[in-house]
Design a protein around this ligand. Structure first.
Ligand code: ADP
Ligand code: MG
Length: 250
């Protein structure tokens, strides 16, 4: 489980995250919602090692992971995707999947010792895995398409696919549904549920579409002005007066 304790992130004098405490239970699909500017992306960035926190602590299964670099978190199975997709536009969808770092220590040395055969085997394994991921996400027909030509929703699916190329445990998804049509949003939702149920992924999902949140997420955490305002089931949250006010007030 991820535990965030009294997290603060200031930019100059402004506290984008202002003493937020929350937990993400292992095996859950936890939703994170809140008005624009609430500090959701900043919270993700601090947890995922993009920003140093100003104060507070983040632990993963009891281990202090505060301020670890993204690549260190990556090796612990903690991954994030960005609000804006980070694909390699001139590579194909399949090549994009194969670009994911495998990053085993000593790998280069290993390759030098065992020579080209080993590299070829590794490439074949990577290719096989990429094709499995494409199949899982039902986008095999797009494998040779340049990633730059994908729609916004297809890029989000590709990002999800990249988390499947490595041994992810917990994945942070920032605005999975932004600019995505309903059909594709359902495909993304199904992929998230299957990854959760079949592969044991834990998710924390920022999303504005309340249908999507209500269908997928339990619990849902609400942030406003850098703080956690409420937490509970989607239905419970939407009846919370402080939550309603936070949304209407902006
Ligand atoms: P959300 O994702 O909930 O919409 P953000 O975390 O992106 O909110 O932003 C929270 C607040 O912090 C906003 O007022 C935003 O302008 C500010 N902010 C975010 N990142 C930076 C930054 N790098 N420098 C200065 N201010 C920032
Ligand atoms: Mg954001």
């Amino acid at each position: 489980m991820i535990r965030v304790e009294n997290l603060v992130k200031s930019f100059g004098g402004f506290r984008a995250v202002d003493g937020a405490s929350l937990e993400i239970a292992t095996g859950s699909i936890t939703g994170l919602i809140g008005p624009n500017g609430a500090g959701k992306s900043t919270l993700f960035n601090v947890i995922a090692g993009v920003h140093e926190p100003t104060a507070g602590r983040v632990t993963m299964d009891g281990e202090d992971i505060t301020g670890l670099a993204p690549h260190e978190l990556f090796h612990k199975g903690l991954l994030r995707t960005f609000q804006i997709a980070h694909e390699f536009p001139s590579l194909t969808v399949r090549e994009n999947l194969m670009m994911v770092p495998t990053g085993q220590a000593g790998e280069t040395l290993w390759n030098t010792w065992f020579g080209r055969k080993h590299i070829r085997d590794e490439e074949a394994a990577l290719l096989k895995k990429a094709d499995e991921v494409l199949d899982f996400l039902t986008i095999s027909h797009l494998k040779d398409e340049k990633a730059g030509n994908l729609s916004g929703g297809q890029k989000k699916l590709l990002e999800l696919g990249r988390t499947m190329m490595v041994e992810a445990k917990i994945v942070f998804l920032d605005e999975v549904g932004a600019g995505v049509n309903r059909t594709l949003l359902n495909t993304i939702g199904d992929a998230i549920v299957r990854l959760n149920k079949e592969r044991g992924y834990t998710f924390c999902v920022i999303e504005h579409d309340m249908d999507f949140i209500g269908r997928l997420c339990d619990p849902v955490i609400v942030m406003a002005e850098g703080k956690v305002l409420a937490q509970g089931s989607a239905d419970h949250i939407m009846e919370n007066e402080a939550v309603i006010e936070a949304y209407l007030g902006t």
